[in-house]
Write a protein of this length. Structure first.
Lengths: 750, 54
């Protein structure tokens, strides 16, 4: 690959005292030795202030004085030590410090500290009530508890108050609304009871409730943060940069966020086109499979539009970056994407649905209790105390944990089988699925083309052609190199732009490239294309020997047939919707045993098919990677995208799967069904708990001790139930983890 | 029960010290890399660097 000088200013951010800071994703840090080696190695460079490896996120943070060392020396030093590193684009890292996580942890610490101290005082009061505590001592202990609890609730309750307020101001009801009401009333009631010298106060219940819920919330946040940072690492290691041609003619590599409309970008042979734009000079062939689904190479010349994510063939192209202009594929995709995403936001999460059911029911029950006791002739104040104790005992502790606990465990399991979640509620929605739509190219098949059929590695002409192919970064040449295992390049290779390569071996001319360049007859070409539909042809001509034609095409993922069979066995309806030509889709569908398929589909045809299925009441999972799949991905009930997909599709999909296998699709579905079941069980556990506890509370027999014990027990029950997901799936996840992560990044396979 | 006059403030202060220590450790970034910390104790970075490493 052509290496351009990188514009380092675009990657560093200013730090203290005139130093600069840079974050890098480092591939292959797996052990303590690597960590020490990198840190010590970098500190030998002049001007390095701080070099620190984070083994959890597999990142390196470096601070240095800019005029003493350059960023390229740092990367070169890392390379010398044997680590591939790529800097993060500062614009893509929105939350480097993880402020939300730290805020949650602080709230958790405060609630934990306060909970322990109040519990200490409460236990004394409870045991004292049973023996001989003096009223003065009890009041003193209650006042102390209030002193600790009031600031704690004000501080640690913030995440819940904010979320409840946001929901209410948007006219919705979520689980945080009853939580805030419950905690607020418990504290207020306790203060009143303390003033009136009562025997009981509920301070510990309020604080312990916050503590339990914060534990759940922190774990949830942590899991999602880990998934997100892993995805960011993959993006950075993909080196999503563009070589910008400056007005003075110099070429600098900059992060994509620094590219603006009107910039000129250089794309060398064999590179992916980083931007959407129009070719301003150069001739080449483009592999558009990621965009249109077509697997055949398309020739491009100046004036033609190219899309980000497509693979450039042999020729270098200069591309003028252009925003969408109204009539292109990209505009159509963007327009469809917008309408499709609006439709999806209507989904209401299970937890919120439970809250909508729960809040009126419980608050209604509390209201009726109050009225009931009033009618039975009780004073208004004790009646109110009983009504509030109903609210406290039904405190949505178990209900608030029921869904997040399962989500934390399930997304951890998914992470291990190579599925990274984009949206938190994807697991719930995935459990509803009955129909799966697959894109073909890049989804059922791999993104990189490979030679069709076995070749004879001993064949001298093929071996020569393989060595000749080393001179080019063209995707077809690379497929030939891979198939022949060639290592030694040939000398004096001439490249004929847009046609192929040529050299002389033992006085004989050797050509490799397009069939016409090598002099193949039209009949031969047509015969080959008929035999292998949808393939691109690579021709070899050596001296006077007849021209040889090799078909190159994207191969099916190695386990595609198995996964399709598994999915069918579980009763899913499968369908292929592809933008590729009819014969190649037909062949693929037959090979996989999928009866329903459609070829040559435009983005709007895909989404029309999706809507037709959805109006039949089907719940559709869309699996796709191309630009043409993006609207369907956004519009489907839930969607998955391989990690090789274009940006837009990855952003539109609910989850991304890693690796070269299709297995994660099946794993995700089966795990989400188990997760959904666990969520429902948890909701039942909390319902049963409430059915037992509410009558006792309505009758007025609840004491703070009972409230504390019942609450902890129900929280532990739902958490333990969620953890069962992990135990059941351990063996399977361990087996797949190593294979999935292997090719993308090395991890410890934990 | 006069002893409570000493014991309760002491208990609260000790708890508070624990809380402050935790918040300090959080602020200084000690929870940023839970995976790496366990390996760092094995790292002999206090030894003089060996000569002829290159």
């Amino acid at each position: 690959m052509t290496v351009h000088q990188r514009d380092w200013q675009a990657f560093v951010v200013p730090a203290d005292d005139g130093a600069v800071h840079m974050d890098l994703a480092v591939d292959g840090i797996t052990c303590a030795a690597c960590m020490g080696e990198i840190e010590r190695g970098l500190k030998r460079l002049p001007g390095i202030r701080k070099a620190r490896v984070n083994l959890t996120s597999q990142r390196l943070a470096v601070d240095w004085v800019e005029d003493q060392t350059g960023a390229d020396e740092i990367v070169a030093e890392l390379e010398r030590l044997g680590y591939a590193a790529h800097p993060f684009d500062p614009a893509s890292q929105k939350e480097r410090q993880d402020k939300t996580g730290k805020q949650l942890l602080r709230c958790l610490a405060v609630a934990g500290f306060a909970g322990m101290n109040i519990m200490l005082l409460s236990v004394s009061v409870w045991s004292g009530n049973a023996s001989d505590i003096t009223p003065e001592t009890r009041d003193f202990f209650h006042w102390l508890s209030a002193l600790i609890a009031l600031p704690t609730v004000a501080y640690s309750g913030q995440p819940f108050v904010k979320s409840a307020f946001r929901a209410l101001s948007a006219g919705r009801l979520n689980m945080d609304v009853p939580i805030v009401i419950g905690v607020g009333l418990a504290v207020a009631l306790s203060v009143v009871q303390t003033i009136q010298h009562h025997h009981h106060a509920y301070f510990e219940s309020a604080v312990m409730l916050l503590f339990f819920l914060l534990v759940g919330r922190y774990l949830d946040h942590n899991m999602r943060g880990r998934t997100r940072s892993f995805a960011e690492n993959i993006a950075a290691l993909k080196a999503e940069v563009a070589a910008r041609i400056n007005p003075d003619g110099s070429v600098r590599e900059v992060p994509l966020s620094k590219i603006a409309a009107g910039d000129l970008v250089l794309v060398a042979g064999g590179e992916r086109v980083p931007v959407d734009g129009v070719v301003s000079s150069g001739i080449s062939e483009i592999d558009q499979s990621l965009v249109t689904g077509e697997s055949v190479l398309v020739p491009v010349k100046p004036g033609q539009r190219v899309y980000a994510g497509t693979l450039n063939g042999a020729g270098a192209l200069q591309i003028r970056v252009e925003a969408a202009s109204g009539a292109t594929l990209l505009d159509e995709v963007n327009r469809l994407l917008e309408t499709a995403s609006q439709a999806k936001s209507k989904y209401v999460r299970i937890a919120d649905r439970a809250a909508q059911l729960y809040a009126p029911l419980v608050h209604g029950a509390a209201g009726l209790t109050f009225l009931g006791w009033l009618l039975a002739g009780m004073e208004w104040q004790p009646a109110l105390v009983i009504a509030i104790s109903v609210l406290i005992i039904t405190c949505p502790c178990a209900l608030g944990l029921a869904v997040p606990a399962v989500q934390v465990v399930a997304s951890g399991q998914l992470f291990k089988s190579g599925v990274l979640l984009n949206s938190a509620d994807a697991i719930e929605r995935m459990a509803d699925i009955d129909t799966i739509l697959f894109d073909k190219t890049g989804t059922l098949t791999l993104a990189e083309p490979e030679l069709v059929g076995e070749i004879d590695r001993q064949d001298p002409v093929l071996a020569l052609a393989g060595r000749l192919a080393l001179a080019s970064r063209h995707p077809l040449s690379m497929a030939l190199v891979k198939a022949t295992g060639a290592l030694v390049p040939l000398a004096d290779v001439q490249e004929v732009s847009g046609a192929g390569l040529e050299t002389h071996v033992d006085g004989q001319r050797l050509r490799l490239g397009s069939p016409l360049f090598c002099g193949a007859t039209t009949e031969a070409i047509e015969a080959h294309l008929l035999a292998v539909p949808g393939a691109s042809l690579l021709a070899i001509q050596y001296g006077e020997e007849p021209v040889r034609l090799l078909a190159v095409r994207q191969k099916l993922r190695s386990d595609a047939r198995d996964v399709v069979d598994q999915l069918k066995a579980h009763g899913y309806a499968l369908e292929i919707v592809s933008g590729d030509t009819l014969p190649s889709v037909a062949e693929c569908a037959e090979e996989l045993g999928i009866e329903n398929w459609q070829a040559a589909m435009t983005p709007s045809a895909k989404i029309a098919r999706l809507e037709a299925l959805q109006s039949d009441g089907r719940k559709v999972l869309m699996v796709g990677d191309g630009l043409n799949d993006a609207p369907a991905l956004a519009g489907a009930h839930v969607s998955l995208s391989p990690v090789s997909a274009v940006h837009l599709s990855q952003a539109a999909a609910d989850a991304v799967f890693l690796g070269k296998k299709l297995q994660p699709v099946f794993d995700a579905l089966s795990l989400s069904i188990r997760a959904r079941r666990a969520i429902e069980q948890n909701l039942w556990i909390s319902t049963v708990y409430n059915i037992i506890a509410v009558p006792i509370a309505v009758a007025g027999y609840v004491t703070p001790l009972m409230a504390a014990v019942a609450m902890s027990a129900s929280s532990l029950a739902v958490t333990a139930n969620a953890l069962r997901l992990k135990w059941g799936n351990r063996a399977a996840a361990d087996a797949s983890a190593s294979t999935v992560f292997g090719p993308v990044m090395s991890t410890k396979g934990e | 029960m006069d002893v409570l006059i000493f014991l309760i403030p002491i208990a609260l202060v000790l708890g508070g010290v624990g809380l402050v220590a935790f918040l300090w450790s959080l602020k200084t970034g000690q929870y940023d890399d839970l995976e790496g910390a366990k390996w760092r104790i094995l790292d002999d970075d206090d030894l003089p660097e060996r000569k002829n490493t290159q």
